[in-house]
Design a protein around this ligand. Structure first.
Ligand code: COA
Length: 160
């Protein structure tokens, strides 16, 4: 059984992330989406909120698991015996950071492979920060995120 681990902050999940999950499901039997900690980010949504938005967006697909993990990604990958870590590459600007992470993960655990997938080009300019910013100022993000994420962003913006 081939299992992929798709890690990220997912603050919040976007259609671009979902595009990567769909592509990964064509190559792997199962995908574990891991909400992990990027120590340089202070997320808008709590871990529980992010997990529930992801589960909702995937319509509780039984080939996808969604979990929070606070630790080194390679430890989680080893524990769950995954075949590969999946990351999306949207543009050349992603490359340096992704290359560094992939090589560092490999240094930490020789057995961990990273596979890069390219999302549909209509998502190449998307990231979660830009979505949060547009939503915060009342802009329309419906083309970029699932409906439940849009509602959650509106609720957060109304809270101040
Ligand atoms: N579509 C749309 N946006 C995408 C995307 C896609 N396909 N792929 C990435 N992005 C965006 C994300 O929304 C995010 O946007 P933001 O910076 O505005 O929030 C950005 O691109 C990249 O973030 P993301 O994919 O969420 O990853 P990350 O860089 O925050 O996550 C971790 C990095 C969590 C995987 C990494 O820090 C980690 O592994 N942490 C665990 C600790 C560890 O092992 N550290 C050592 C790593 S070598």
């Amino acid at each position: 059984m081939k299992v992929a681990l798709y890690p990220g902050t997912f603050d919040p999940i976007t259609n671009g992330h979902l595009d990567i999950v769909e592509r990964a499901l064509k190559m792997f039997d199962r995908v574990i989406i891991t909400v992990a900690r990027n120590t340089s980010k202070a997320p808008l949504f709590t871990a529980d909120e992010r997990l529930s938005l992801i589960r909702d967006a995937l319509n509780h697909n039984d080939r996808v698991e969604v979990e929070f993990f606070d630790g080194l990604l390679v430890d989680f990958a080893r524990k769950r015996n995954v075949s590969a870590i999946v990351r999306g590459l949207r543009a050349v600007s992603d490359f340096e950071y992704e290359f560094q992470m992939a090589l560092m993960n490999r240094k930490l655990d020789e057995a961990v492979e990273t596979v890069f997938l390219m999302p549909n080009e209509k998502y190449t300019y998307l990231n979660s920060s830009i979505i949060r910013e547009i939503a915060r100022f009342g802009g329309d993000v419906s083309d970029f995120v699932p409906p439940a994420v849009q509602e959650a962003l509106t609720r957060k913006s109304n809270k101040g």
